[in-house]
Design a protein around this ligand. Sequence first.
Ligand SMILES: C[C@H](O)[C@H](C)C(=O)SCCNC(=O)CCNC(=O)[C@H](O)C(C)(C)COP(=O)([O-])OP(=O)([O-])OC[C@H]1O[C@@H](n2cnc3c(N)ncnc32)[C@H](O)[C@@H]1OP(=O)([O-])[O-]
Length: 715
Amino acid sequence: MAQYTRISGSVGLITLKNPPVNALSAVVRQGIVDSVERALGEPEVKCLVICGQSGKFCGGADIREFGKKMTGPPLIPVFHAIEAAAKPVVAAIEGIALGGGLELALGCHYRIAHSKAKLGLPEVTLGLLPAAAGSQRLPRLIGVPAALDLITTGRHVTAAEALQLGIVDQVTDHNTVDAAVKFALSVAGQSLDARRISTFPCPRLSNLDAVFEAAMQKVRQAARGAIAPIACVQAVRAAATLPYAQGLEREKELMATLFTSGQARALQYSFFAQRAVGRWSMPSGARWDTSKPKPIRKAAVIGLGTMGRGITVGLAQAGLSVVAVETQEKQLMEAKQAVSGMLERGAKKRGVSPPLGNISYSSNIKTVGDVDLVIEAVFEDMALKKEVFQQLSAVCRPGTFLCTNTSGLDIDDLASQTPNPELVVGMHFFAPAHVMKLLEVVYGPRSSPQAVATAMQLGKVIGKVSVAVGNCQGFVGNRMLSPYLSQANFLLEEGATPEFVDQVLEEFGFAMGAFRMSDLSGLDVGWRVRKAAGLVVPGQPARMRQGCRYSPLGDLLCEQGRFGQKTGSGWYQYDKPGSRVAKPDPWLHSFLEEYRTRHGLVARRIDHQEVLERCLYSLINEGFRILEEGIAAGPEDIDVIYVLGYSWPRHRGGPMFYADMVGLTRVLERLEFYHQAHPDVPSLQPCNLLRKLVASGSPPIHRWREVIKKVHSQL
Ligand SMILES: C[C@H](O)[C@H](C)C(=O)SCCNC(=O)CCNC(=O)[C@H](O)C(C)(C)COP(=O)([O-])OP(=O)([O-])OC[C@H]1O[C@@H](n2cnc3c(N)ncnc32)[C@H](O)[C@@H]1OP(=O)([O-])[O-]
């Protein structure tokens, strides 16, 4: 709702009330209409102030209403009524003014913001564009280049930057409503003709076409197939080239193409999925709201390689006291320098001083005796990790949580090295650890709900989106990646090239296809994992392991020292070791031909559809197995992991959402088709849960948890 009160005798105060972010739901919109009418009708009232309850102005349109039948007054006429008002209307912006919230403020005649407020038009991140005249008013107020930047990126700006850009008229450190009331009284009775933004001419640009061509090129490159950023550029162009009313029509047309698009649904699903994963649960029944986390004030990081350094930076930046341990003196000095550098660069970007004092460095593991939680990040070797856990059990005080950054080793096996396995969980960070948003929190069968709650809470404190998953080889992300990469290798055996497979996957929206990604992370990483799993042993049949098809292509490249970017060659050729520009490698093409001949394989023509379906459906099928086993509680967990950790294109929602969009019947049919052609590839054999979902009429994704619960209760 929107509450109307009269204050200071002649000020009409309208307070938006719709927790948690005062979104512009139908009721709130109607409340604004009624309150503005009332204030304009009361002669005593000389001016109006609009604010939001609980220190938040407005989070925009109510996303929960999207996809439902529209009720209540539409936003544009509401904002026009405010702009047309004969009495000054001042927006008192506290906390947030985002999307429709900022558009409401742009409809007002003046904007006063608190210094801590964040403002922006993030609609593009939801697959939309600012559709309450924001794409027409903002360019008129701040100019085309600045408006293009804010609208195509959706980034939030601080109050200080908003003042500098001209979005707000004043910034205060004090009570914003009081400041707005004082300001409103000071301008009451003055002409408002120069304050109605929709009447402003859009600032002219001598190189208008060049500006828009550059903007369009930039968004097309970054979009990877997303359509909203392109529509955003077109809407701002309308503002720069058309009269306001026509521009508004264009905005409406463009929004209509986006609103019902699959991409908008995928991005809004992703928005809520990232919030839903915080409401975690375990098969034991333990849940986010019944398990109390322990506060972590002091933490330790063991092993200061690339991951350990990033984790240390993340903890220190979040204000924790950190003990950073590296037993190799030389490595310790290098790490200290690297960490300090990362902290200084981060602090400079945020305009704060670097928290260098939060970290103490040591080469002696005995110095972690008084910490609340330890994150082990040593080399990915089980024997070494077990040794570290034994040492930690000896030096840490009782109750210290012991966490490991392993990317797929057995958490419970590590827990067995300690007297308190209930205090052991996995905290799987993604490189670079101080940048990537995702944190996979992995619980073993003996991990306590409090240990999970503590790790999830710590993830939130250091700015991560944490997802709680069960212990299994490769956890969720890497486990699903394995069939995806196997299919990519099998496709090479059958006639495809790395360039073709990668092109198909990058057109789908991945930042990098399977082979460019492997070259980046290093082919030797997977080789070590396969060796540890006993898959690379001389004397085994070349292309079979335990009765299943196996491709030794990656092993053969590693045996020749082709580890990817780091060695200057892998699936692609690079100018020199460390170079990032992948070039097709004639040597690899002849190697593949020779390999096929040696194994009696005949290359055949493989099309886009087959590459996409075999790589993605085998990955999705593994996702269904993970849901069936209860390793992930719901499809949202898997989708958030893939969007934030494995560059699954956000505008496709995630693997499970994509399966829902394609249609489960189709996914099942295609898996059956490919499994029939490749009976020795178990990852193509449709998972029972998928069959059950199809048999129960392929319910929409938000109802899968019910079917999963039923399946678990029958187990
Ligand atoms: C016409 C117009 O042009 C168009 C078409 C539009 O306007 S489109 C809409 C444009 N607006 C946005 O893109 C802003 C989206 N929101 C955010 O970016 C963030 O939420 C936040 C505002 C910066 C707060 O972050 P937070 O970290 O403090 O808390 P939270 O956990 O994120 O959010 C707290 C709770 O609020 C819910 N929530 C947040 N914003 C919401 C919104 N706009 N509508 C409905 N619910 C919303 C959210 O789901 C969560 O619920 P629950 O999980 O507790 O049940």
